[in-house]
Design a protein around this ligand. Structure first.
Ligand code: NAD
Length: 484
């Protein structure tokens, strides 16, 4: 199978915060990989802009090092790296001051796609939008890419949307949620809407429940200060897990087109029930010989912020009424894994007798590691021993099924940045979606803050607090094992 690479239109991509961690680890290596793959046309240009004083040569050296660190060695031919770096420039610029803006204005070209990537702290998003406008740098077709977090609550998200809207139209604003750029997440839509097999069963009549797990083995690391003001609900559930939930639960859009998809996602968010306190378990990881506990990591012994959360969520609409969605995410867990499991109901009657009760079919969509899809089905155990049933996985690892081409699946940032250049907003969050997600999240957080709810301690390297297991046990269900 040969993947098709269609070069995008010539562009100028300005990366504000071009010397930062995200630019170095994700954005610039992603751009290089697209260049290597032949997707960046020769006229494309990348301009890193940040506060520190560097010249082009210093900036290129910084990017060369980032490519060396974050791109697979077989893609690092020196001539290709040199050719890529020739397209890169650097500009010293202050998002809050006047330095650099006239120079940036002078560098802009007509007749190419203009995209401005806001890879700076969220406190600067408004400043950048305002200055791009004031200096006449952006026009009605320019695009801005806005990193997460998009607001801290409904009020701040609304304020940020309003500020951006003063200078840019919604069709120009690309709010990043990198989960939407993952190959498997798009495959979720292909599986649902490209096959006849699943969609007729995709409802409360046939689905017992759905589990979404995003488990990390790392702790909060050097981001303790930021994380402690955020927590798992804001950092993971309000955005990434909400997006996954929307793609599983939404009605078929009339076309795979940005507003059609986003309209359907918005309806899901609006149909979410408030979550009762008894349906939420919050946790904090403890310390062990392998590392410090959460409270030490964030250097706040009184912190009530959760590094783990599990919750049972209901969607009040015709399709899903009565089918719970169980979400859980946490840091310092047993394994690094992200998966969605659709657990179907048991067959209504077993013709094979009580001993041979069939187990439910489970469709598992693995986001990481080893992206793929797995369907558990019941078959007859081979051999002469009568009608014994056994479950087997129908396993489709993309790497195995698609061969070496699948090794080269673009990472989320590659796909999303190319979508910005192509002007395709399907995999980006619309302003009203983000606000609706905060409108659902805010009262849940306000409730535990008001009660002074203290997260349960969980062992580092475990699957979360005991109470999270009980959240499902009390419904007669079990979480899937957290394993890589
Ligand atoms: P960082 O602190 O490493 O880099 C910030 C960048 O902004 C630097 O290049 C700095 O020079 C520049 N900057 C700061 N003040 C400036 C000013 N006044 N004018 C011009 N430039 C200025 O931050 P980061 O980790 O790269 O994160 C950037 C954005 O991406 C943030 O919004 C963050 O929340 C988001 N994000 C980061 C990650 C990650 O893994 N690092 C992941 C998801 C989202």
């Amino acid at each position: 199978m040969v993947s098709r690479v269609i070069p995008v239109d010539p562009f100028d991509l300005i990366i504000f915060g071009g010397t930062g961690d995200l630019a170095r680890r994700k954005i610039l290596p992603a751009l290089y990989r697209r260049f290597w793959a032949g997707q960046m046309p020769p006229e494309a240009r990348i301009i890193g802009a940040a506060r520190a004083a560097h010249d082009d040569a210093e900036y290129r050296a910084m990017i060369r090092a980032a490519i060396g660190e974050f791109v697979a060695p077989e893609k690092q031919e020196p001539a290709t790296v040199d050719a890529f770096l020739e397209r890169v420039r650097y500009l010293t610029l202050d998002a809050r001051g006047d330095d650099g803006w006239d120079a940036l204005c002078g560098m802009m070209r007509n007749g190419v796609v203009q995209a401005f990537y806001f890879s700076v702290g969220p406190g600067l998003f408004g400043d950048l939008a305002e200055r791009l406008h004031r200096h006449g740098i952006a026009d009605a077709e320019s695009r801005i890419v806005v990193e997460k977090p998009f607001g801290h609550d409904l009020q701040s998200a609304r304020a940020l949307n309003a500020t951006l809207a003063q200078h840019f139209d919604e069709h120009q604003i690309y709010r990043i949620d990198h989960y939407l750029g993952k190959e498997t997440v798009q495959n979720l839509m292909a599986v649902r809407f490209g096959n006849m097999l699943f969609e007729p069963l995709w409802n409360a009549r046939n689905v017992d429940h759905i589990q979404i797990t995003v488990a990390e083995t790392v702790g909060v690391g050097g981001r303790g200060d930021y994380y402690d003001r955020s927590g798992a609900m804001r950092d993971m559930v309000q955005n990434h897990m909400m997006q996954l939930l929307c793609l599983i639960a939404m009605e078929p859009p009339y076309a795979f087109e940005s507003d059609a998809v986003r309209d359907e996602k918005l309806k899901v968010i609006r149909a979410l029930d408030p979550v009762a306190p008894g349906d939420i378990v919050r946790g904090q990881y403890g310390g062990d010989s392998g590392g410090p506990g959460y409270l030490e990591d964030v250097e706040n012994p009184d912190s009530l912020t959760e590094s783990f959360i599990a919750l049972k969520v209901h969607i009040s609409n015709w399709r899903w009424k009565g089918t719970p969605f169980y979400l859980r995410t946490g840091k310092r867990m047993r394994a690094r894994t992200s998966e969605i499991a659709i657990v179907f109901k048991d067959p209504p009657h077993s013709i094979f007798g009580v001993q041979e009760r069939q187990k439910a079919n489970v469709l598992v969509i693995r986001l990481q590691p080893n992206e793929g899809i797995n369907l558990r089905v019941t078959i007859k155990e081979p051999g002469p021993g009568g009608m014994r049933l056994v479950e087997v996985p129908l396993d489709m690892s993309f790497k195995e099924a698609l061969g070496p081409e699948a090794e080269d699946i673009p990472d989320a940032y590659e796909r999303l940045i190319m979508d910005v250049i192509r002007g395709n907003q399907t995999l980006f969050m619309r302003g009203d979606e983000v606000e609706a997600a905060w409108a659902w999240t805010d009262p849940i957080i306000a409730d535990w803050e008001e009660r002074g709810d203290r997260p349960r301690l969980y062992e580092a390297g475990s699957s979360g607090p005991e109470d999270a297991l009980m959240l499902m046990h009390k419904d007669g269900r079990r979480w899937r094992e957290v394993k890589a």
